[in-house]
Write a new protein. Structure first.
Length: 177
């Protein structure tokens, strides 16, 4: 939560250690630096999502619905969404310790979503010739943008419902005619 609340630069190892009931030396025994701790937290968040929502085996329409399930899940874990949003925003600068993580994550996510869409086209669930990469980019942009809006105004933005509607509309557009 320290990273989510204060960003990487504003987070304090002393406060993190206190929150997890360790000394700062004890925390640094497990994570040699604040940078390594941040990357471990981010990797752990991604690992949880990957285990819970496997796009690779789903493919096609099931993968699109799995993305909607991810957004639904995220609506129940605002602290993790805030962490992701804060760190992603900070990580746009090349000198940020999360920059390489963010680049790897987005490249992997775009590739996974595009592959799932191509699988759907190969199975005949989605129209052939679709631009899988462009659709993957738009899906990810919609997810991230809705997360930001939801974090800022959760009473007015139902990100899960909005994204599910977007996915339903996309399925309609991408089905073979």
């Amino acid at each position: 939560m320290e990273f989510a609340e204060n960003g990487y630069r504003g987070a304090s190892l002393a406060r993190i250690a206190e929150r997890v009931e360790l000394s700062q030396a004890g925390l640094l025994h497990h994570f040699k630096s604040k940078e390594l701790l941040l990357v471990a937290v981010l990797d752990y968040r991604d690992e949880l999502d990957t285990r819970k929502f496997d796009l690779g085996s789903a493919g096609g329409i099931d993968a699109l619905r799995a993305l909607a399930d991810v957004v639904e899940h995220n609506s129940r874990v605002p602290g993790l969404v805030q962490l992701f949003s804060v760190i992603s925003g900070e990580a746009v600068t090349p000198d940020h310790p999360g920059h390489a993580w963010a680049r790897r994550r987005y490249r992997r996510l775009r590739a996974d979503v595009a592959a799932a869409l191509r699988t759907g086209a190969e199975r005949g669930e989605l129209r052939s010739g679709l631009d899988a990469e462009a659709h993957a980019d738009r899906l990810i942009a919609m997810m991230d943008g809705l997360q930001t809006q939801w974090l800022i105004d959760p009473d007015r933005v139902d990100m899960a419902a909005i994204f599910r509607g977007y996915v339903d509309d996309l399925i309609t557009v991408l089905r073979p005619v």
